[in-house]
Ligand binder design. Sequence first.
Ligand code: NAD
Ligand code: FES
Length: 297
Amino acid sequence: MFNIVHAEFLAPGIKRFLIQAPRIARKQKPGQFVIVRIYEEGERVPLTIENSDPQKGTISIVVQSLGKTTSLLNSLGTGDHILDVVGPLGKPSEIKKFGTVVVMGGGVGTAMTYPTAAALKQAGNRIISIVGARNKELVILENEMRAVSDVLMITTDDGSYADKGFVTDKLRQLIQNGVPIDLVLAVGPIPMMRAVADMTRGERIRTLVSLNPIMIDGTGMCGGCRVLVDGKSQFACVDGPEFDAHQVNFDVLVQRNGAYRSQERQSMAEYRRELESQLKSTEAEGNGVCVVKGSTL
Ligand code: NAD
Ligand code: FES
C-alpha cells in the first residue's frame, strides 16, 4: 500500500498526487514512469513520474480522468492509499548538453516533459518550452515550466489564454524565424506528436516523443505495449517510452491504443451508472447533499 501524502487538482479532471514511495524516489530518473493499480483485479495504468524527492521519499504523478480507472484514481485524496505503485520503469531520458532544446507539452503531456526539461536545463541547454492546452483552465504547470525554461510560450486552442492556436504553430514560427534547434521533445496526444514529427522531419531536427501505449506488466514480457519503430517491434516499457519521432509508426500506435475502446466505453458507462445509483440512494436516505470525494464526473 502506498500512502497519498497530498492530492490536488491542477485543472478540471487533472490531479497531482504526492505519494510516499521511498525506493522509487531514490532510483527515479527523468523520463521514467510507474505502473499503478488501485484494486486487485484493476487495470494497470502507466504514469510518468513528474517529480521525486529522495530525502522525503516521495514521488509525484499527474493523472487525467480519461476512463474508469483514472476516474477512480482521481477520486482518491490526501490520506488515501494506492494498492500498487511499481517502478521506476522505462529508460531514462538522455540528459546531456545538446544546445537549444524545444520542449513541447500538449495538455497533460506537459507533466511528462517537466522532469526532463528540468534536467536538460541543469545540463546547460537553452530550453524553449511550448505548453498547449484546449483552454485557460487546462493549462498546467505554467510556473514550474517557466522556472526551468529560458523561454516559455503558451497556446490555447480557443485563445482563452496566451496565444490562440496549437503548440505546433509556435514550433513553425521558431523554424521560420531561423531559430537553431538541436533537439525537440514532444509529449502529448498522438495527433500532436505526429504533427511535430511531420514538421521537423524535413528540417532534419532530431525529435523525440514519449509514447503511452497500453501496458500490463511493464517488464517487456506481455507484449501489450508493442510499438513499431523503424519497421521493428519495440516495447515502450523497456525500449522506451521515448523514441525517435521520425521512426515511429503512428498509425499502428493509434490502432493498438484503440483496441479496447468499446470495452473502455462500457466500463466507463457502468462506472457512471454505479455512481448515479449511489447518489440516488444517498439522496433517498435523506442525507441531503452527497459528495463523491474528489470525483470529476
Ligand atoms: P488535448 O487534446 O487537449 O491537446 C493538448 C494540446 O496538444 C492542444 O492544446 C494542442 O496544442 C496540441 N494538439 C492537439 N492536437 C493537435 C494536432 N492535431 N496538431 C498539433 N497540435 C495538437 O490533450 P489532452 O486532453 O491533455 O491529452 C489527452 C491525450 O494525451 C490522451 O489521449 C492521453 O492518452 C495522451 N497523453 C499522452 C502522453 C504521452 O506520454 N505521450 C501522456 C499523457 C497523455
Ligand atoms: Fe508488457 Fe511492455 S507492458 S511488454
